[in-house]
Design a binder for this molecule. Structure first.
Ligand SMILES: [Zn+2]
Length: 203
């Protein structure tokens, strides 16, 4: 029995082994204690159940900075470096292909709390999907409807972008005017007070 608690390589194990429940119970206890100590030292909770992969429900913006010029310094924050910046992982990827690879990749998905496993679809789900697609095809508006929807979505996105741009401009203007602190004067009054033009303090 002394042998079996220390199974080293090269030990003659051709004899009939006997299962000793006491010994294995002891081993299990030791292992549990070890694991507990380990998890305590790492102060980690139980392992997090990661979600299976799912569809991306947003458009990936690859082209908004296309054709634009930007000054880059080595000390600029990562988000202002050349390339595509990933907010989740705080890293820069040099081109669009690698960026797509990155956001589809293991590291990124892990950061989002997803495993790389894909949920297995049931037979019913597959059948339902086929039915939906078949119906769409039968009604003949599959491509047209799809197309219209896409255009509508693009238009909405474009409008949203413009709106954001306008807001940014407005804010900038506000900041500027607040900085200059130009009192709104009636031109006549300004002239009487000896101010030449618009908000200048020439005398
Ligand atoms: Zn990422």
């Amino acid at each position: 029995m002394a042998n079996s608690s220390n199974p080293a390589a090269g030990v003659d194990n051709t004899f009939r082994r006997k299962f000793d429940p006491e010994e294995y119970l002891q081993r299990a206890r030791e292992r549990e204690e070890k694991e507990q100590a380990k998890s305590k030292s790492k102060s980690k909770g139980p392992p997090v159940e990661r979600q299976p992969l799912k569809h991306r429900d947003f458009e990936v913006d690859l082209e908004s900075r296309l054709g634009k010029t930007q000054v880059i310094t080595p000390i600029a924050p990562l988000s202002h470096q050349a390339g595509y910046f990933c907010k989740v992982c705080e890293c820069v990827v040099k081109d669009s292909a690698n960026y797509l690879d990155h956001i589809n990749g293991k590291k990124h998905q892990r950061a989002l709390g997803m495993s790389m496993r894909v949920e297995r679809a049931s037979l019913e789900q597959v059948q339902q999907r086929f039915e939906v697609l078949k119906k769409r095809k039968d009604s003949g508006s599959f491509t047209e409807q799809d197309f219209d929807e896409r255009i509508l979505k693009q238009q909405q996105e474009e409008e949203e972008r413009k709106r954001l741009k306008r807001e940014k401009k407005k804010e900038k203007k506000k900041e500027k005017s607040a900085e200059e602190e130009t009192p709104e004067l009636d031109p006549d009054v300004a002239a009487m007070m000896g101010f030449g033009g618009f908000g200048t303090s020439k005398k």
